[in-house]
Structure formats: structure tokens, C-alpha cells
Design a protein around this ligand. Structure first.
Ligand code: S3P
Length: 426
């Protein structure tokens, strides 16, 4: 794949289904009674890992591209898997499924690829252990492979040191199997799909400020869910439409849940022409069409409570900052270091190689934008968001941008390059 400079970007596109909602739809459907039907499901490698794990525990799931039907067996209907569950590259699968496994009357184990084996699992081992679960990092390094032994769980209140929806969701899911009320307080509110969706499946779950709580032992019932487009995938085209000349792009049917939509506010703060059209609620989630046109951007500071609402978009926001006049400072984003790659390091290395003035910091980066970028070979570190963010940088760079391996896009957006070429005019 080689990307060259675009003269303009024009057209109307749809992005694949939301990854967080697709994972949760499968998981919650599996532990509910009756049938759950997902349309608009993200048919990417990560969500397919979740499907594989639940099939391995006896759940009948049929999939035809973005249409998935899950024949749930209720809260206590999972069977012990006969081998280690394979979570692939997916942190969401690993951390959320661990909460469910902790409540089962059997011992299970899970493992994934090289990247997942480096990601911190102490953050879920600690609260699950407090709840009485037997969870062990098999290599004793705080990472997968994990062994999870079923034990009776007790409800706890957990003060999470990180704003992480995966940690919050793990504890809330374990809370389904505990007597009484389990609650989690976060330092800053993270994405709230678990709270919205589990309530739709029949759980007694509440959010008040920084705290989410759930009552154990509910009956959950299968649902029909229309999965909206993923704002994390729309982000590439939002930035592309803003930074490329003569551009006008409409991205239809995108999830704009405020706990996810920080990129829209930042694009506006940087002077971007971005508007939300046709705002509506679909399956309990806010959805809109996003319209962007070419803009003269300027730098800004990105820090504080907005960070969890755009954490996965920071690589492509860094590309936007490289194309904006002046300085952009990203702070309070140390979580970037423990994503599919260390995204402070991988964004810095690639933007530097493209000729951008960027300085990494402990919890973010400082980007002095406005200088022309030059094409290079992107080192993706097999991180899907690095590959796609730098494909967008390639649209404004002089010369050719290539990739050491762009196959990682299949994790969240298998047809990314097809969609991109449908709107690029060279
Ligand atoms: C996710 C939560 C976020 C995000 C990830 C998906 C989720 O991770 O980065 O891509 O679906 O709950 P953290 O919980 O580690 O912040």
C-alpha cells in the first residue's frame, strides 16, 4: 500500500460498527436468556476474538458479515472451555471477559498475541481478587496469560486508579455474580457503553457522577441492537477532511456518545469546520452524521477530563496537530503507553520521520505544527491505529508513504483502504 498526496477528498461514507458496542453485544447476549441480534456488528479481528471465546464456552453464535445472532444461555449457562481462550489482540475481550469468568464455577485460562501479553492486567487482577476471585498471571508478570478460577464473589466498592472503561466494565460484570451492590469510582468518567447497554438487557445498573453501580443476580434478556458507526474509525476521515485541501466529507451514522466524542470538541477548538447533522438516538446511544470540510487549523492544549473521551483518537489527533499552525500540547494521557503499542513512542517516531517537530513527554507530547510533512515508511508496530493515522498523514505529505505492515488494520477496520480510496481524488 502506498499513499500519495490528495488533491481533495469528496464524498459520503459509512464506517464499520462501533468496536466497544460490538464486543459488549456479544458478551451481554451470551449471558442473557433468549436471542440477541446485532446489526452493524464490527466484523474485525478483535470482535471475532470475542465471538470465538463465547463459542468455546458453548454459546451458539451465527455470523453473516455484520449481522450476528447470539443464542444466550443466561447468567449461569456458560460451559468450561476445553482449552485456553484466545483473545487475540483484544484488550477489551481480555479485561471484560475476565469479569465474567471470575463469576463462573469453573477454572479457565486465556491468552492472546505478543502485544496482549505485554498489556497490564494487574488493574483487573486487583479488584477481582478483592471480590474473592482467584485470578493469576501465569507468568507472574502482571500480564496474560491469565488463569481465572471460579469462586463465590462478594460485592465491593472499588476506587479505580485509572479512568478505564475496561476496568470499570470488568468489575461491573463480576458484580453480576456477586450478592449485593458492586460499585466502581473512576478518577474521570470513561466510556459508558456497559452502563447503557446492560441496563437495556435488564440489569439494575446506575451511574452517578464518577461512580457506576450494579446489583448482583439479575435476569438478563436478549436484545436487538443496531450498532452505530465507530467514532474511532470515523476519526481518520474527520481529520482527513479537515487537513486535505478542497475537501467535503460526510460520515453517516456515527456514535457520538459524549463519553467518546472528544475529538469533535478538539477539532472545533482547533478551528475545524465540523458539524453534526441528523442527531438521533439509536439503541440507546446518540448517533449523528458528521460533516467536515477543509479548514485552517491552529494548535491547542488537550488535557484533563477530555482525555478518556478521545484516548483512541490521539494518534490521528497528533497528525491533525502536525498540520495545524502553532503548538499543540497533549497532557494527562500516560495511558497511551499501554495501548496496542506505546503510542507516545510510536506516534513520536513516525511523525519525526515525516519531518514534524514533536517532543514526547511522560504523559503526552508537544507538537509544533505547520511544517510540510514528507512521505516515509511507517513503522506500525502492528498497531492498527498507528497504521491508519499515518495513512491520513500520507494524504498531505510530499512523496510516498508506505507501511512495514498494514495488515493490522483488520483489527478494527478491515476495509479502511477501500473506503479511503473511494473519497480521495489524486
Ligand atoms: C475500551 C476502552 C478503552 C479503549 C479501548 C476500548 C472499551 O480502553 O482504549 O479501545 O471498549 O471499554 P481502556 O479501558 O484501557 O481505557
Amino acid at each position: 500500500m502506498a499513499i500519495t498526496k490528495a488533491n481533495s477528498l469528496k464524498g459520503e461514507i459509512k464506517v464499520p460498527g462501533d468496536k466497544s458496542i460490538s464486543h459488549r453485544g456479544v458478551m451481554f447476549g451470551a449471558i442473557s436468556e433468549g436471542t440477541t441480534e446485532l446489526t452493524g456488528f464490527l466484523d474485525g479481528a478483535d470482535c471475532c476474538s470475542t465471538i470465538g471465546c463465547f463459542r468455546a464456552m458453548g454459546i451458539d453464535i451465527s455470523q453473516d458479515a455484520d449481522h450476528v445472532i447470539i443464542h444466550g444461555k443466561g447468567l449461569h449457562g456458560l460451559k468450561a472451555p476445553s482449552q485456553m481462550l484466545d483473545v487475540g489482540n483484544s484488550g477489551t475481550t481480555t479485561r471484560l471477559i475476565s469479569g465474567i469468568l471470575a463469576g463462573q464455577p469453573f477454572v479457565s485460562s486465556l491468552n492472546g498475541d505478543e502485544s496482549i501479553q505485554k498489556r497490564p492486567m494487574g488493574r483487573i487482577i486487583t479488584p477481582l481478587t478483592q471480590m474473592g476471585a482467584h485470578v493469576r498471571s501465569i507468568k507472574d508478570n502482571g500480564c496474560a496469560p491469565l488463569e481465572i478460577g471460579g469462586a463465590p464473589l462478594k460485592a465491593i466498592h472499588y476506587d479505580s486508579p485509572v479512568a478505564s472503561a475496561q476496568v470499570k466494565s470488568c468489575v461491573l460484570l463480576a458484580g453480576l455474580y456477586a450478592d449485593g451492590v458492586t460499585s466502581v469510582t473512576e478518577p474521570v468518567v470513561s466510556r459508558n457503553h456497559t452502563e447503557l447497554m446492560l441496563s437495556g438487557f435488564g440489569a439494575d445498573i446506575k451511574s452517578e457522577g464518577l461512580t457506576a453501580s450494579i446489583v448482583g443476580g439479575p435476569k438478563l434478556y436478549g436484545q436487538k441492537i443496531e450498532v452505530p458507526g465507530d467514532i474511532s474509525s470515523a476519526a481518520y476521515f474527520i481529520v482527513a477532511g479537515l487537513i486535505c485541501p478542497n475537501s467535503d466529507v460526510l460520515i453517516k451514522n456515527v456514535n457520538t456518545n459524549p463519553t467518546r466524542a472528544g475529538i469533535i470538541k478538539i477539532a472545533q477548538d482547533m478551528g475545524g469546520n465540523i458539524e453534526l447533522l441528523n442527531e438521533r438516538i439509536v439503541s440507546g446511544e446518540p448517533v449523528a452524521d458528521i460533516h467536515v470540510t477543509s479548514s485552517n487549523l491552529h494548535g491547542c492544549e488537550i488535557s484533563g477530563d477530555i482525555i478518556p473521551t478521545l484516548i483512541d483518537e490521539l494518534p490521528v489527533i497528533a497528525v491533525m496537530a502536525a498540520c495545524a499552525d502553532g503548538t499543540t500540547t497533549i497532557k494527562d494521557a500516560a495511558e497511551l503507553k499501554v495501548k496496542e503499542s506505546d503510542r507516545i513512542a510510536t506516534v513520536t517516531e513516525n511523525l519525526k520521520n515525516m519531518g514534524c517537530d514533536i517532543t514526547p513527554t511522560d504523559d503526552g507530547m508537544i507538537i509544533k505544527g505547520g511544517q510540510p510533512l514528507k512521505g516515509t515508511t511507517i513503522k506500525t508496530y502492528l498497531d492498527h491505529r498507528i497504521a491508519m493515522s499515518f495513512a491520513i498523514a500520507g494524504l498531505v505529505a510530499n512523496g510516498e508513504t508506505t507501511f512495514d505492515d498494514e495488515s493490522c488494520c483488520c483489527i478494527s477496520y478491515p476495509k479502511f483502504f477501500e473506503t479511503l480510496s473511494s473519497i480521495v481524488n489524486q
